[in-house]
Write a protein that binds this ligand. Structure first.
Ligand SMILES: NC(=O)c1ccc[n+]([C@@H]2O[C@H](COP(=O)([O-])OP(=O)(O)OC[C@H]3O[C@@H](n4cnc5c(N)ncnc54)[C@H](OP(=O)(O)O)[C@@H]3O)[C@@H](O)[C@H]2O)c1
Length: 228
């Protein structure tokens, strides 16, 4: 595929690496070249099969609007735009493009969430639950977006009206560890996802771009990753 990658930061640079390994051609655009979406006109995107975005919340909506209006398929890893999700969904339908997004493109994390949803049944059978998340000391937010998503997934899976409490740790260079611990008087269940690197995000995003070829519509990665 001919890919345009927006963002050459921590995740974007890994997406470029994995894209080359998977034999795609990649053009990478950073913030300086893309002021006011200068690189996202129909003319400049003519030869591009899909755009992958790992940029920042301040520019993501403008990037999405420009690419969708130019009729291009998009894979969006950037977070922070979900309050506008319905408007973007309509825009994608109107322009008949393909669009896939995720707060977490890691297949392992999506599997872990499935296991956690199944385990949520324990909370209706007398177990108490706790979420622990560990990340590197440079991380600005706490709790992590993934821990909050895990908490929501457990509640939506019928884990009771009360949210499972999240405890955050910031230690050394930990890439990202999430644990769900369920405890009764008789036993303890541990579910844990421990990321070794950011490559899981990059691989998932690339596989999503490959899956999107020839498709139209608005997709959440959590609903389609099993098909990849
Ligand atoms: N869905 C997932 O699986 C997943 C995984 C990891 C991260 N994320 C999300 O992805 C986003 C990026 O994360 P990150 O850790 O890679 O951040 P990062 O290291 O800060 O990288 C962001 C990059 O975007 C570039 N950029 C900013 N505005 C741009 C524009 N208008 N056009 C093109 N490039 C632009 C920045 O360039 P300059 O440095 O030149 O400003 C920077 O290189 C965040 O929203 C994060 O939450 C999602």
């Amino acid at each position: 595929m001919n890919l345009l990658l927006l963002g050459r930061g921590k995740t974007g640079s890994l997406v470029a690496e994995v894209a080359h390994e998977r034999k795609h051609r990649v053009r990478i655009v950073g913030s300086k070249e893309n002021t006011a979406c200068a690189e996202l006109t129909s003319e400049k995107l003519r030869d591009i099969d899909a755009v992958i975005d790992f940029t920042a919340p301040y520019c993501i909506l403008a990037n999405i609007e420009a690419c969708v209006r130019a009729g291009k398929n998009m894979v969006v890893g950037t977070t922070g735009w979900y309050p506008e999700i319905e408007r973007i969904h309509e825009l994608v339908e109107k322009h008949k493009t393909g669009f896939i997004y995720a707060a977490n493109f890691s297949i392992g994390v999506n599997l872990f969430f499935d296991a956690a949803r199944a385990a949520a049944a324990a909370l209706r059978r007398g177990y108490s639950g706790q979420i622990f998340e560990r990340h590197h000391v440079h991380k600005k937010d706490a709790p992590s977006g993934t821990a909050i998503a895990l908490q929501n997934a457990i509640r939506q899976a019928g884990g009771g009206p009360e949210n499972v409490e999240i405890t955050s740790f910031r230690e050394g260079e930990v890439v990202g560890m999430h644990e769900l611990v369920l405890e009764s008087g008789n036993d303890r269940i541990y579910l844990c996802h421990d990321a070794k690197s950011r490559r899981g995000f990059a691989e998932g995003a690339l596989r999503a771009a490959e899956w999107l070829v020839g498709k139209k519509g608005f997709y959440n990665f959590k609903d389609v990753w099993r098909e990849l």
